[in-house]
Design a protein around this ligand. Structure first.
Ligand code: ADP
Length: 482
């Protein structure tokens, strides 16, 4: 059992329109490190989802009518409660998702930072005045909330993927219905408990777990009062939502898959590059959409880099997220393990060699050895497809042009990373990489103050920063004849 200072944060009921619902069926939530049952939560029906959307539409009128400052005060209270209960939220997160407790705490603080940021932004939703085009005309531009927003979120960041959407939405005057991943509904429900406690009004923020993701997605797309869907997950499902949403031209924010290149030039600080590669590749056991997937290293420093990377990765402790010192927890599922294995087998068959690891971990279950493979090439599955696991594939390159072309040869365009100490090359890479985000001499780029998002098939829209709230605002042009 989890030793929580607030046991009531382990919520098993759904939260819709300010009411706690038992549901008729249950979703079992298991700890991926042990397989143990953590809790059984309400499994909501499409009818319940539709009611929640209706209620959110009614609640939205009053919520939008409040001043930005009033909404900000409630968001700030929600943020403060999340900070006050960060240890409990982190334990719930590790129990349902498996990431190391310190990383879970980091996620909770990161998640809360979006609420703080957008509470501040709620007061700064500025419109515009435009000089009239005729003598009697005055032109105003109003920014208004989009309306009810549906959020569909993944299991890899059970807390932050929700706050990145809910905070700007609520700040803008939208209301939100969240369908969390069924692997990890507990973090979302704990946040709903704290939202209620903070005084966020009924219907403004609802959380409805459902084991039938496709049915919820369809219900979100079909409900006429649902004005927008914000989704984080695979490109495959993002496309389904875009197709389904087309019937009513639903607005969409999509944070989808990536295939991040990590480029190390021969003038880079290799120790810093190794450190950056580790944090960007092995954070969350490789299960983030900005995780490095392809490490391109200049021929001149290739062997040296592979050796240093392997030595550093060998020191990463693998274990239960609750065990002290764990750096890498279990993967989320057997399917996730099988994908890592398939990428390794495919690479070996096509000429790669294992520099470190390469097999299931002795701990069993879904634990996998942190792995480094050398001599990766563009022919291998790992070059095209996000592994989403603890596998670092190291490719070779000779020239800047060659590596830029290889890095951009992907239908994805989320995060990218470059290590070099040549200023002019930094600019060429920043401008030349077809990605929504570029880390230069750093492997860690996520923060609430910057716009996170992708290009190409990695999605559309931005989360965080002054740009993040725009996803939840409409522009209204008013022409006054005076
Ligand atoms: P991941 O590989 O991260 O699980 P998915 O895109 O499969 O990526 O899942 C992201 C979220 O989308 C999860 O909450 C999942 O349950 C949900 N989901 C899966 N299929 C659909 C669908 N057809 N419509 C809406 N949501 C879906």
């Amino acid at each position: 059992m989890l030793q929580l200072s607030r046991p009531d944060l382990l919520v098993t009921q759904a939260y819709a329109n300010g009411l706690w619902l038992d549901g008729t069926a249950r979703i079992a939530v298991h700890n991926p490190a042990t397989g143990a049952l953590v809790a059984e939560v309400a499994d909501c029906t499409v009818e319940e989802v539709n009611h929640a959307i209706d209620a959110a539409a009614i609640a939205q009128r009053d919520w939008a009518a409040r001043t930005g400052k009033e909404r900000a005060a409630l968001l700030r209270a929600w943020h403060d409660l999340m900070i006050a209960h960060a240890d409990d939220l982190a334990m719930i997160l590790t129990a349902e998702m498996g990431k190391p407790l310190a990383e879970a705490k980091g996620e909770v603080l990161y998640g809360a930072s979006f609420i703080e940021w957008f509470a501040e932004e709620a007061k700064r939703v500025y419109g515009d005045t435009i000089p009239g085009h005729q003598r009697d005309k005055r032109i105003l531009v109003l920014k208004q909330p989009v309306g009810v927003v549906g959020a569909i979120t993944p299991w890899n960041f059970p807390n932050a993927m929700i706050t990145r959407k809910a905070a700007p939405a609520l700040a803008a005057g939208c209301t939100m219905v969240v369908r969390p991943a069924s692997e990890t509904p507990l973090s979302a429900l704990a946040m709903a408990r704290l939202a209620e406690e903070a005084g966020i009004p009924p219907g403004v923020f609802s959380v409805l777990p459902s084991s039938d993701a496709a049915a919820t997605g369809q219900a979100f797309c079909a409900h006429p009062k649902m004005r927008k869907i914000s989704f984080t997950g695979s490109t495959r499902v993002g496309k389904i939502l875009m197709q389904q949403g087309a019937a009513q031209l639903k607005k969409l924010s999509l944070e989808l898959g990536g295939n991040a290149p990590f480029i190390v030039f021969d003038d880079a600080d290799l120790d810093a590059a190794v450190e950056g590669a580790i944090v960007s590749k092995f954070r969350n056991a490789g299960q983030t959409c900005v995780c490095t997937n392809r490490i391109y290293v200049h021929n001149g420093v290739y062997e040296d880099f592979v050796e240093r990377l392997s030595a550093a990765v060998a020191k990463l402790p693998v274990g239960d997220g609750f065990a002290a010192g764990t750096a890498i927890g279990p993967l989320i599922s057997d399917a996730a393990v099988n994908k890592v294995r398939a990428h390794i087998d495919d690479a070996l068959a096509k000429g790669a060699r294992i520099a470190l690891g390469g097999a299931a971990h002795a701990l069993g279950g879904t634990f996998f050895e942190p792995t480094v493979i050398a001599e990766a090439t563009s022919q291998m599955a790992v070059a095209r497809d996000e592994t989403f696991g603890p596998l670092a594939a190291v490719f070779r390159f000779d020239s800047e042009d060659e590596v830029l072309e290889a890095a951009n040869a992907s239908e994805f365009g989320l995060a990218s990373y470059v290590y070099t100490n040549t200023l002019s090359r930094v600019w060429r890479m920043m401008e030349g990489l077809d990605y929504g985000m570029v880390g230069v001499n750093t492997g860690l780029i996520s923060t609430e103050v910057a716009p996170f998002g992708g290009v190409k098939e990695s999605g559309q829209g931005r989360e965080g920063s002054k740009y993040g709230i725009e996803d939840y605002l409409e522009i209204k042009y008013c022409c006054l004849s005076i």
